[in-house]
Write a protein that binds this ligand. Structure first.
Ligand code: SF4
Length: 374
């Protein structure tokens, strides 16, 4: 049954499957991470703690967890170190939303179990969407080990893959966990542009560019903005630094190939999207999660970091955006680029700006431009 199940998972397009006991092993580490507040505003991670600790609250009579992995395309080049006037989108997010692609396949695997057992056994799928510690189960199931960058990686696939889990009442023999092969390497830790790693396997999400560009809903801390470069949705730097990726096979799944205009992203086009155009442009994409105001906030920072005068006109337009979040970051970006037209536009915006936080951003930007001129 176990081998047939793994074969079915591969038929469904997964790149690996393994079996774990329904008992998380890293709960204490996870609780400690939450207790230290390193998850920032991701309150959903702290909710439903009992279900995370005891998966029988998610599926009564659970006997096994089936973990599956699915590769996505690695970046075609090293993450940008030099700032370009175009935006970088994390490679997992350049195609279709992985939840939409993988959940039906995992549900199909669950139905296969039900059919094979004559309806005697049930299954429930989670793909980065519920209170299940997917990485924990993937490690227990032998699909990889916890890298120092906190993601799971394997000798066969590197670290460019998604993880899903299927809880089931079917008793299956657990697989052996994979051994840790990080050794003395620490490339991922030093690759982080914002120094978000406190220690190996301990990430301060509040500094992580993935958190800042996707999860954080408000203003991005000013001191971190210059470190974000041109990254507008997620960051691949720690993953791309891992030497095990050289053994990974290219991924050809059509749904995960980069959509047109996302590799790289046209920042000017993004800054000019209204709500309806944003929803249409990113329908079925993980980028919807950032919402329009979040993505434009990120794009404004990337334009500011480009330092290019060509970015000034669209940033001046953004000073009149309906969202204060966008206006404030556009002001910051104009202050960073500088120049006469940016200065004049900021002064004019200050006179009409109703929001106190945006006013503060404009005043700070003008102050810094003044210092530059001095
Ligand atoms: S870069 Fe090095 S330390 Fe980081 S996950 Fe890869 S092997 Fe481990």
């Amino acid at each position: 049954m176990k081998e047939a199940l793994k074969a079915r998972a591969i038929e469904l397009g997964f790149d690996g499957a393994g079996i774990a006991r329904p008992t998380p092993k890293t709960l204490e580490h996870y609780r400690d991470w939450l207790a230290r507040g390193l998850h920032g505003e991701m309150e959903y991670l702290a909710r439903r703690e009992p279900q995370r600790a005891d998966p029988s609250l998610l599926l009564p009579d659970i006997r096994s967890v089936i973990a599956v992995i699915k590769r996505y395309p690695a970046p075609s080049h090293s993450p940008a170190r030099t700032v370009a006037p175009a935006g970088a989108v994390s490679c997992y997010a350049q195609g279709d939303d992985y939840h939409d692609v993988l959940r039906p396949r995992l549900n199909e695997l669950g139905r296969w179990i039900e059919n094979q057992t004559g309806g005697a056994h049930a299954a429930r799928a989670f793909i980065d969407s519920g209170p299940a510690l997917e990485r924990d189960y993937a490690v227990q199931a032998g699909l990889g080990w916890f890298g120092k960058h906190t993601n799971v990686l394997s000798r066969a696939h590197g670290n460019w893959f998604f993880i899903g889990v299927l809880l089931t009442t079917l008793k299956l023999e657990p697989d052996e966990p994979a051994r840790d092969h990080c050794g003395t390497c620490s490339r991922c830790l030093t690759a982080c542009p914002t120094n978000a790693f406190i220690a190996p396997r301990l990430l301060d999400a509040r500094r992580c560019i993935s958190y800042l560009t996707i999860e954080l809903k408000g203003a991005i801390p000013r001191e971190l903005r210059p470190l974000m470069g041109n990254r507008i949705f997620g960051c691949d730097d720690c993953l791309a630094a891992c030497p095990w990726n050289r053994f990974a096979h290219p991924e050809a799944e059509p749904a995960f190939q980069a959509r047109e205009g996302l590799a790289p992203a046209d920042l000017t086009e993004i800054m000019r999207l209204d709500d309806a155009a944003f929803r249409k442009r990113f329908a079925g994409s993980p980028i919807l999660r950032a919402k329009r105001r979040g993505l434009l906030r990120n794009a404004a920072i990337a334009l500011g970091n480009s330092g290019r005068a060509v970015a000034v006109p669209v940033l001046i337009e953004a000073l009149s955006d309906a969202e204060a979040l966008v206006r404030g970051h556009a002001a910051w970006a104009l202050g960073r680029i500088g120049g006469r037209s940016a200065h004049e536009a900021l002064n004019a915006a200050l006179d009409r700006e109703p929001d106190d936080w945006v006013k503060e951003e404009i005043t700070t930007a003008l102050g810094e431009m003044g210092e530059m001129l001095d």
